[in-house]
Design a protein around this ligand. Structure first.
Ligand code: RNT
Ligand code: ZN
Length: 429
């Protein structure tokens, strides 16, 4: 089957479109050059797990668990750390700007040995750290509290059995040490994010005791103070998962309270609330009381399905909130989606480029919107907000991509296809 041709653009058309856009924005008091410079300073943390369907490298034979699911069987997923790094290199070459890598603990390199989760150490991540260093990237980290026999009963840090809780506490402590080692080696703090799947499929009688146990486990995990120059702790809430539909121990209220009390970072995943509930409106509230936020930019379709992020209203609202309220310095932007039904490198590229596009649109917002609101003219506010949607931000985006030496428009798709032909299509399953 012939692949549809991409919408190539000539340098001449990129430049002349940009010049017109620059004038249009200048008329509205917006400096497009400043917006591009600001955008170049915003790192997005690329999640390693889009590259191999949340598989990891333990080769334990354990499937994915914890109420998250990846669907699709597109050929060519990364099977080794080398393949995953090569795929990330390819994706990063298509995304403008300097970004970060977000790694899960079960992506350690264990040299074919069985290293249980509570025995992981920084040396198991030395190749990843060296790779990030060579690319001038920072790293973020996550304990992996799923896809393991000790998580099979659906409870980890809140498990009724102390021995199981202790195992996961040791894993999370080890993960913090690894995160701190990454942050130190790379000269940029690593955010280590604790997400656990714990919950009940059906209505529980006791909703309190598991939460008390979780709180106690977290206190033990965070007991050791780590240097914030190297390491920051985040906690991620959730509404429900597959198999934990009726009750999740680490709910929003639980972690919001825990993060405020202990001044931890609150992780807000866009798919972890009711289907019509966005996370954009939570940012200004949460950041009044927690020091910083970690975002898991994701897209739920009817449930927390972790679809590739598109440039929809939900994403644009998040970006607008961050820019309008100057929250970027206190917000760590990470991605969390996994689609195995399309080319995985394209998935990373689409989701990350969209997140950056949303930020650019926000950075290009004319001040007139705020002025209309301040003067109480809500008619003008709505009118301007709608007119803003058709401003020529696309021309600025194209110019930004060209400036950053990455493919403009869909020209990146050619590169993904060439890489697929030469590399990923040759991989067995
Ligand atoms: C699960 C959470 C969590 C995971 C990753 C793999 O619902 O969103 O962040 O997706 O840790
Ligand atoms: Zn998440």
């Amino acid at each position: 089957m012939k692949k549809p041709s991409v919408m190539a653009k000539s340098s001449k058309s990129i430049d002349s479109s940009y010049k017109l856009a620059q004038i249009r924005y200048a008329d509205l008091g917006v400096d497009t050059e400043t917006a591009m410079t600001q955008l170049a300073g915003i790192p997005i943390s690329l999640h390693c797990w889009q590259g191999d369907d949340v598989g990891g490298f333990e080769n334990s034979g354990e499937g994915l668990s914890g109420g998250i699911a990846v669907t699709g069987n597109y050929p060519g997923k990364a099977r080794t750390p080398e393949e995953l790094r090569a795929d990330l290199d390819q994706a990063l070459a298509l995304i403008p700007g300097k970004h970060r890598l977000n790694l899960h603990a079960f992506y350690g390199e264990f040299g074919g040995k069985k290293v249980d989760r509570d025995a992981i150490r920084p040396e198991h991540f030395s190749n990843w750290i060296a790779w990030a260093k060579a690319n001038g990237m920072g790293m973020d980290f996550n304990p992996t509290c799923f896809a393991h026999p000790k998580a099979a009963e659906g409870f980890t840090l809140s498990h009724p059995k102390k021995a199981i809780r202790d195992f996961w506490i040791r894993h999370c402590i080890a993960s913090r040490e690894i995160g701190a080692a990454m942050g130190k080696a790379l000269g940029s703090p690593t955010v280590t994010n604790v997400w656990i799947p714990d919950g009940y499929k059906d209505t529980p009688v006791d909703r309190l005791a598991p939460r008390q146990r979780l709180s106690d486990s977290l206190d033990q995990i965070f007991e050791k103070k780590l240097n914030p120059k190297h390491h920051l702790d985040a906690v991620e809430c959730k509404l429900f998962g597959i198999g934990s539909e009726s009750y999740v121990v680490g709910s929003h209220e639980f972690y919001m309270g825990y993060a405020i009390k202990n001044q931890k970072l609150l992780c807000l995943d866009a798919g972890h609330f009711h289907p019509t509930e966005g996370i954009a409106d939570k940012l200004t509230s949460a950041l009044m009381y927690v020091p910083e936020i970690l975002l898991h930019v994701s897209r739920g379709v009817r449930w927390d399905s972790d679809h590739v992020v598109i440039l929809d209203d939900a994403l644009q609202s998040i970006a607008a909130e961050l820019v309008r309220n100057k929250l970027l310095a206190r917000t760590h932007i990470g991605l969390d989606f996994f689609d195995a039904s399309i080319n995985r490198i394209a998935a990373w590229t689409i989701g990350t480029r969209n997140t950056l596009k949303a930020l650019l649109i926000a950075l290009l917002e004319p001040a007139a919107l705020r002025e209309a609101e301040k003067s109480g003219d809500y008619t003008a506010r709505l009118a301007l907000m709608e007119e803003t949607k058709s401003l020529p931000w696309g021309a600025v985006w194209d110019a930004y991509c060209e400036k950053q030496n990455v493919p403009v428009s869909t020209a990146w798709l050619d590169q993904v296809r060439a890489y697929e032909k030469a590399v990923t299509s040759k991989r067995g399953s």
